[in-house]
Design a binder for this molecule. Structure first.
Ligand code: DX5
Ligand code: ZN
Length: 219
């Protein structure tokens, strides 16, 4: 499967969002990863539907929305109206995950489910055939710029094996601390959607995005 780069704008300067999106588009980046935080599920607060609506107007990129919020089912319609293409919810944040998945799908969006570092990947076994993507967190959710936790590689490999048997088209995303040094390990372990935040936005955005795109075309 072709590897997809999904840059996280969390660590970017939001004043320059439209320019930054243009740099990513010029580098041929297909997805944009948008981290929504509510100050409850995670201690940090980021942005919500109005910001996503503005971003939607600025780009045709696939909007990969990572909801780090408690009971995300409450806001599924709002994120659909804002223009999200995919909603990824946390296993730990949903009282009824099955119902949440159904709700997102019924609104015409793709569905992902994320697991935090302390949650074993096999909790997703019963859901694997009903979702489009698994997101393996390689940092504790809440902040950009943290170090990659290698435990994520084992979890990626586990989900990759399960997907071969039960859902060969499954997207497997890794998020947190991904950089030029570990991105290949993530891809080899089974990730096919790679989130990169600070390793792109703390540097020259266009040339870094180009370098990551090139790297992913080679792994
Ligand atoms: C963490 C977020 C990540 C993060 C990625 O809670 O979900 O998307 O911002 O940024 P880096 O690559 O800097 O870890
Ligand atoms: Zn994220």
């Amino acid at each position: 499967m072709k590897k997809i780069l999904s840059p996280s704008v969390l660590s970017s300067d939001f004043v320059y969002t439209a320019d930054n999106i243009r740099f990513l588009e010029e580098a041929g980046v297909p997805w944009l990863h948008l981290d929504v935080m509510d100050g409850m599920f995670v201690p940090n607060i980021s942005f919500g539907p109005p910001v996503i609506e503005s971003i939607r107007k600025a780009t045709k990129m696939f909007l990969d929305v990572h909801l780090m919020i408690t009971e995300p089912i409450r806001y599924a319609e709002m994120f659909r109206s804002a223009g999200a293409d995919m909603l990824t919810v946390h296993y730990e944040a949903c009282e009824d995950l099955g119902k949440t998945i159904e709700k997102i799908r019924s609104l015409g969006m793709k569905v992902g489910v994320a697991v935090s570092p302390d949650t074993p990947a096999n909790v997703l076994d019963p859901y694997i055939e009903t979702i489009d993507m698994v997101l393996i967190m390689s940092v504790v959710p809440g902040f950009g710029g943290q170090s990659f936790m290698p435990i994520a590689l084992d979890k990626l490999a586990y989900i990759n094996e399960l997907a071969k048997e039960k859902h060969p088209e499954l997207l497997i995303e890794v998020d947190g601390g991904v950089n030029m040094k570990n991105i290949e390990d993530c891809a080899v372990a089974g990730a096919n959607v790679l989130v990169v935040g600070s390793a792109i936005f703390d540097n020259d955005i266009k040339s870094c995005a180009e370098a990551f795109m090139k790297k992913l075309s080679e792994v």
